[in-house]
Write a protein that binds this ligand. Structure first.
Ligand SMILES: Nc1ncnc2c1ncn2[C@@H]1O[C@H](COP(=O)(O)OP(=O)(O)OP(=O)(O)O)[C@@H](O)[C@H]1O
Length: 468
């Protein structure tokens, strides 16, 4: 997700100059000619920062600031004031502006201001976690309180319960919110690379170290570092990590220089770390160093009140991504969601909602559109794997040379849904192998590539579906 700054300026010449400056600095931007247009834009699109002129006809920059603070409290806003308006600029800072620029200013001042206030900004992901059940609400309240401190926090919970979401929430509610939030998944990095990734390395420190690279600790300096799935770290590295946490300084591999750190550390685990400690697989001293403040997400099945609100949030997010109008859930669909045990927790719910959106292109998700606990998507009208090579299914996957219906009518949508369904099912069955899936579907690999590109264009996240 690249950085996007909204420039609000009624003077076309100046607006173009501001946009050119950002463009030259490789910073993404969008522009609005008035505060009113800016607000309409913000309702629909994510931006990372707003830079607005103060003097504009209609709503001025101060009024725009007040509106933004009310509707998007975490979005940084900077004002451009006329020469001599220092008093008003100071007022604006008191009302929540992060900074101001006084005309005339150098292009580099604008770039510096934007980079300072967008460092570590995490865009869409700052949404408050859904928490309707009493247990989840209590968890968020405690998380908010612990966010105000610099204490190390250990977040536990089954896989997919929302541990990373909670970590980001803590960062966003801490005094470090404007500084970087850096996450590293200890299980996803090959064991021999984890140390260099965490602590950094100097050029030539090992074969393949072609340049000096700062580690995650350095990248997170001033902010928060999330050590995801900490239980997967080997014992040797655990000892080194403990030292860094105790000393609050880090030494890149191949360097003798200590770098002072000011990093808040959060860790997550979906394992019973106490058991790991008892078995000698996790250092007891590190466990106590990290477990200063333990927070735990309950499994989704134990917070039933969260299920439907979460499903609605996920539905809205995916409809937006797919650029389609907002779909809703029927009563029966809600009941079905609430009566399922969700072994994969919120991540499984997310996948289920995505699948339902593929199956149901209409305005309402029905009970039958929900397929839980499946590794492949069952077809509503066509039976799964055994008949996948049947001529009927092969015919359903239309080669691009055959003109597709030009009108986006119900039949067209229905056919497209079925086609998507068949293609995804084949990919799931063949564990993502495009070659085997294409052979099975009786189409060329090129055609399959084309079809997959079309599916992606509809906003369907194939990676998530295939990993789900
Ligand atoms: N309370 C919540 N509100 C909104 N979205 C949530 C919430 N909990 C989880 N999610 C969504 O569910 C998905 C899984 O969440 P997350 O990655 O935080 O889980 P996790 O516990 O860290 O998973 P893992 O153990 O596999 O690393 C994400 O897409 C996240 O946005």
């Amino acid at each position: 997700m690249s950085l996007k700054v909204l420039i609000v300026e009624d003077d076309l010449g100046l607006r173009e100059a501001l946009c050119d400056t950002l463009s030259l600095a490789n910073i993404g931007f969008v522009e609005a000619g008035s505060a009113e247009d800016a607000l309409v834009y913000l309702e629909h699109t994510r931006v990372d920062m707003v830079v607005t002129d103060v003097n504009m006809p209609g709503m001025d920059g101060h009024q725009l600031l007040a509106q933004i603070k009310q509707r998007f409290p975490l979005l940084p806003v900077a004002l451009i004031t006329a020469y001599g308006q220092v008093d008003r600029a100071v007022d604006a800072i008191r009302s929540g502006a992060v900074d101001y620029l006084m005309k005339p200013f150098e292009p580099k001042q604008l770039v510096e201001l934007v980079l300072t206030h967008t460092k570590g900004w995490v865009g869409d992901q700052v949404d408050t976690p859904v928490a309707e059940s009493p247990a989840s609400q209590h968890l968020l309240q405690i998380a908010q309180r612990v966010a105000q401190t610099d204490s190390t926090v250990m977040i536990t919970g089954e896989s997919g319960t929302g541990k990373e979401v909670l970590a980001r929430y803590i960062h966003q509610h801490s005094a470090r919110a404007q500084a970087p939030f850096v996450a590293i998944n200890c299980a996803a990095i090959p064991e021999n690379m984890l140390e260099a990734t965490l602590f950094g390395h100097e050029k030539g420190a090992f074969t393949g170290a072609l340049s000096s690279v700062p580690g995650k600790f350095e990248q997170a300096n001033g902010g928060t570092l999330l050590l995801d799935e900490i239980s997967e770290m080997d014992l040797g590295l655990q000892a080194k990590l403990l030292r860094v946490l105790q000393e609050q300084e880090v030494e890149r591999i191949g360097s003798r220089k200590m770098i002072k750190l000011d990093v808040r550390v959060l860790a997550t685990s979906n394992r019973h770390l106490e058991q790991f400690v008892a078995e000698g697989r996790f250092r007891e001293d590190l466990y106590y160093r990290l477990n200063v403040f333990p927070l735990q997400w309950l499994p989704l099945r134990e917070r039933v009140e969260d299920i439907v609100p979460l499903a609605k949030r996920l539905l809205a997010q995916h409809c937006k991504k797919m650029k389609r109008s907002l779909a809703s859930l029927s009563e029966a669909a809600c009941e079905r969601l609430q009566s399922y045990a969700w072994p994969g927790n919120v991540r499984e719910l997310d996948n289920t909602i995505q699948r339902a959106l593929i199956l149901q292109m209409g305005p309402m998700i029905q009970q039958d559109d929900l397929h839980m606990g499946v590794t492949s998507i069952p077809m509503r009208h066509l039976s799964p794997s055994p008949s996948m090579s049947s001529p009927a299914i092969k015919m359903a996957v239309v080669e691009p040379s055959i003109p597709e219906p030009s009108v986006g009518g119900a039949l067209d949508q229905d056919l497209r849904q079925h086609e998507n369904q068949i293609i995804i099912d084949a990919l799931v069955s063949f564990k993502g192998s495009r070659k085997l899936a294409a052979e099975h579907l009786g189409i060329s690999p090129r055609t399959l590539r084309y079809k997959l590109a079309k599916i992606r264009e509809q906003g369907i996240n194939l990676d998530d579906l295939l990993s789900g």
